[in-house]
Design a protein. Structure first.
Length: 247
């Protein structure tokens, strides 16, 4: 992404966080239709500087961009390829974000905070990311059934952080693209994930032993690794069947 938006770079990009706790912050954005709150993550200072001849501030420019996207998403003409949501949202990035969180079964995507979106000035679109806050993922929490390997974390009946971004009105549009993307990344996905688990377990082994020694607690790493790899294997298998059955 190009350098962040600023007085000297008025066409730069920026990162926003969907954050229900940002109401108390000076620099925040609230959308007019869904009343979703965004806090400004980067840049997070000098947002009151004017950046053009209309005396528009950095924050005002961000808010205007977000509102144009929301207006298009919830308009009666949202499917228009020229003026609808696709003009403002990088759909592929939203699909990748959704799939990554479903693989991890990250229950925090149902919460109205900790979800990041950035504006790419080269694409002139909002992209979903960064992936964040996965401490309660991969079966490491029981909230919303996130410890089980079956079930979608987000479905059409769920109120969740990406409601603004996904919009239930265009769920049927995404199904075909989600299936295509899943089947594109599926070959080699599980083996890559299992290899990654093995590599990371090796890299943290010494630190884990020191932690157990210092605090006289912990579980055998081999048990944790086996459990995680089993969970991932079953999760990928369930997702493969369920995603390809979507209509």
């Amino acid at each position: 992404m190009s350098p962040a938006i600023s007085k000297s770079n008025p066409s730069g990009g920026y990162i926003l966080e969907i954050d229900k706790f940002s109401k108390g912050e000076f620099f925040h954005i609230e959308t007019a239709i869904k009343h979703i709150w965004f806090s400004c993550s980067d840049p997070d200072e000098d947002l009151d500087e004017t950046i053009n001849r209309d005396a528009q501030t950095v924050l005002a420019k961000m808010a205007a961009d977000v509102q144009m996207a929301e207006d298009a998403l919830y308009s009666g003409d949202f499917m228009n390829p020229e003026t609808g949501y696709r003009k403002y949202l990088d759909v592929d990035s939203f699909i990748d974000w959704r799939l990554a969180n479903e693989i991890a079964k990250n229950y925090e995507i149902r919460l109205l905070n900790g979800q990041y979106m950035y504006y790419d000035p080269d694409k002139k679109k909002f992209c979903m990311g960064l992936l964040w806050d996965h401490d309660s993922s991969f079966g490491n929490s029981s909230s919303y059934g996130s410890d089980t390997t079956s079930g979608f974390m987000v479905d059409k009946n769920t109120t969740h952080a990406s409601d603004w971004a996904h919009g239930y009105e265009w769920r049927h549009v995404r199904v075909g693209k989600i299936k295509d993307r899943w089947n594109e990344i599926k070959p080699g996905l599980l083996s890559s994930l299992l290899t990654y688990v093995d590599e990371r377990s090796t890299s943290v082994r010494e630190a884990q032993l020191l932690d157990i020694k210092r605090w006289n607690r912990g579980i055998d790493q081999s048990v944790s690794v086996f459990s995680l790899k089993t969970w991932l294997t079953n999760r990928i298998a369930w997702l493969d069947e369920a995603i390809n059955a979507l209509q």
